[in-house]
Design a protein around this ligand. Structure first.
Ligand SMILES: CC(C)(COP(=O)(O)OP(=O)(O)OC[C@H]1O[C@@H](n2cnc3c(N)ncnc32)[C@H](O)[C@@H]1OP(=O)(O)O)[C@@H](O)C(=O)NCCC(=O)NCCS
Length: 195
């Protein structure tokens, strides 16, 4: 029988906090070798992935997670580009990965939109995404969101110019993040929905 859209569990996106550290670690370690290579633009050892994952939530930047049935299945990272002692500068970089079994259901697109919104409200003017030139899914995802794509050797860099925030959008972002924080504290490692 054909799978109907309503049969596919919905995902929920929220900001990740230090309380989510174990979920982030497990998520990175679950990624298959090809996804890891796409995400990190090259082969990374198990130890390398573990080391990266262990500091991912506490390093400079902001993370958003996509949860399906309470488990972290996709992750978007927003990192400042260049030195930034206080918040983000005008340029930031984003990176994404969705577990293979959970792709093509809108998680990457929702993470991209959430990261772009977050960057915009932190004063970022240009959001950059880098991937290998053969990474069709990521290139299409970036182009779909309006990023201008440019070749740089074996890599492609996408740059998205962000609109300036408005008072209403800033207020909305503040509410969304406060809500995310209380969910993470109440139900760590989950999407915040009580069973
Ligand atoms: C890129 C990636 C995050 C997309 O995640 P996803 O959840 O499958 O993406 P979505 O379902 O939201 O798709 C959004 C858009 O991306 C594009 N896209 C995603 N997968 C695609 C594929 N296999 N082929 C062609 N286009 C694809 C499409 O434009 C799609 O829009 P559409 O469904 O309206 O056609 C995912 O493929 C991934 O994790 N790849 C490995 C990690 C990686 O390459 N990261 C990039 C370096 S930072």
């Amino acid at each position: 029988m054909a799978v109907q859209a309503r049969d596919v569990p919905a995902h929920r996106i929220r900001r990740l906090w230090p309380a989510d550290r174990n979920a982030v670690l497990d998520y990175f370690l679950r990624l298959d070798p090809e996804t890891r290579a796409s995400r990190f633009m090259g082969n990374v050892s198990e130890a390398g992935v573990r080391a990266y994952a262990a500091q991912a939530v506490t390093a400079e930047g902001i993370l958003y997670g996509a949860f399906v049935d309470g488990a972290l299945r996709g992750l978007g990272e927003l990192r400042p580009m260049g030195a930034s002692r206080f918040g983000f500068g005008p340029r930031a970089e984003a990176a994404f990965a969705v577990e293979r079994a959970f792709r093509r259901r809108g998680i990457g697109a929702d993470l991209f939109a959430r990261i772009a919104r977050s960057a915009r409200h932190r004063g970022v003017e240009d959001l950059h995404v880098r991937c290998l030139s053969g990474n069709g899914p990521m290139l299409r995802l970036a182009a779909k969101h309006g990023a201008a794509l440019q070749h740089a050797g074996s890599e492609i860099e996408g740059a998205l110019h962000l609109a300036r925030p408005t008072p209403f959008s800033l207020w909305y972002e503040g509410i969304a993040e406060t809500f995310d924080f209380s969910l993470a504290v109440s139900f760590p490692d989950r999407d915040g929905t009580p069973a």
